[in-house]
Design a protein around this ligand. Structure first.
Ligand code: BDR
Ligand code: CA
Length: 306
């Protein structure tokens, strides 16, 4: 069974990705390390705990991570995405969690897990890359001990969603994204252009069912309720679930190696991600097997109607 740490800022699509991981029989979730992003870090921690308790997996540790981006950027705060994820970050109320986050922080947890089992722990990074960048600053080379790293972020030569150039996770902490992408460690970058290929429409979401699959039912409700709240939107894109799916089943993507850089200089292209050389540590997506992705949602979450 593969062990995975999910670094996350839950978030509606993070939550669906987490449920996908928790429901996947081939994965053992070693921990959720939380970073501020879609919502403040403390709210993200609460959401992570609530999801685990709903899933009956309250023994999975939740670790507090960064509540601010790396210093020296913008106003020093995460921009948050309440306009997309709602005030709470989730589109369904869950009971107040009984558990507390584990002692110690996200960075120490990541370091300890990677040290204890070099080459055996996978990482899926679904939020701003602040925790991973801080890990690499404190323990250079730590990330090279991961079995694999999948990052959801960036808009490689594609329009952004925070600005015309920048994707939200990279926009939230471009310096962290730049440090992680250029530290030399191989990683797969699931960018916006890839995620835009796996979306669900309003009507299809309304028809989603997951008979007998509790985690699949919650994941479906999260998407359905999001459409109820967002009367003017017609597509829900599976950003973080695609990154998680790539960790479970790498064949869902076809990639090519490249060097990718994230713009950290002030200006309109701040946080833009660009291929800077044809060879490098980053596997950028060339093709998404959308049919395989939706088959995974059916297999693991028991979804019918997609
Ligand atoms: C990314 O930003 C967040 O809002 C989503 O959770 C996803 O990780 C998409 O740009
Ligand atoms: Ca996210």
């Amino acid at each position: 069974m593969a062990r995975i740490i999910i670094d996350t800022d839950p978030g509606v699509d993070d939550a669906i990705a987490i449920l996908l991981a928790l429901a996947c029989p081939a994965l053992e979730v070693a921990g959720l390390t939380v970073v501020g992003g879609n919502v403040p870090q403390a709210r993200g921690v609460r959401n992570a705990l609530a999801l685990l308790e709903y899933a009956g997996q309250g023994d999975v540790p939740v670790l507090r991570g960064s509540s601010r981006p790396l210093p020296g950027q913008g106003n020093g705060k995460f921009p948050y995405a309440h306009h997309f994820h709602g005030w709470s970050g989730l589109s369904r109320r869950l009971p107040k969690p009984r558990n507390r986050p584990a002692a110690g922080g996200a960075v120490d947890f990541l370091a300890a897990q990677l040290d204890a089992a070099p080459g055996q722990v996978h990482i899926a990074a679904l939020g701003p890359l602040t925790n991973l960048a801080r890990l690499e600053r404190q323990r250079p080379g730590a990330l090279s001990q991961a079995a694999s790293i999948v990052v959801m972020g960036g808009a490689v030569d594609a329009p952004g969603n925070s600005t015309p150039y920048a994707e939200f996770n990279f926009y939230s902490d471009p310096a962290a994204a730049q440090e992680v992408l250029t530290c030399g460690v191989p990683l797969t970058l699931v960018d916006l252009a890839a995620c835009r290929q796996v979306a669900i429409g309003r009507e299809a979401a309304a028809n989603l069912r997951a008979p007998g699959n509790r985690l699949g039912q919650l994941a479906a409700q999260l998407a359905q309720n999001w459409f109820r709240r967002e009367a003017r939107r017609e597509r829900f894109e599976f950003y973080d679930p695609l990154a998680l799916a790539a960790a479970i089943a790498p064949e869902v993507l076809t990639t090519r190696r490249a060097a990718v850089s994230v713009a950290t200089a002030a200006g309109p292209e701040w946080a833009a991600s660009r291929v800077t050389a044809p060879d490098g540590p980053v596997a950028v997506v060339e093709r998404v097997d959308a049919a395989r992705f939706f088959a995974l949602l059916r297999e693991i979450l028991g979804w019918e109607g997609v």
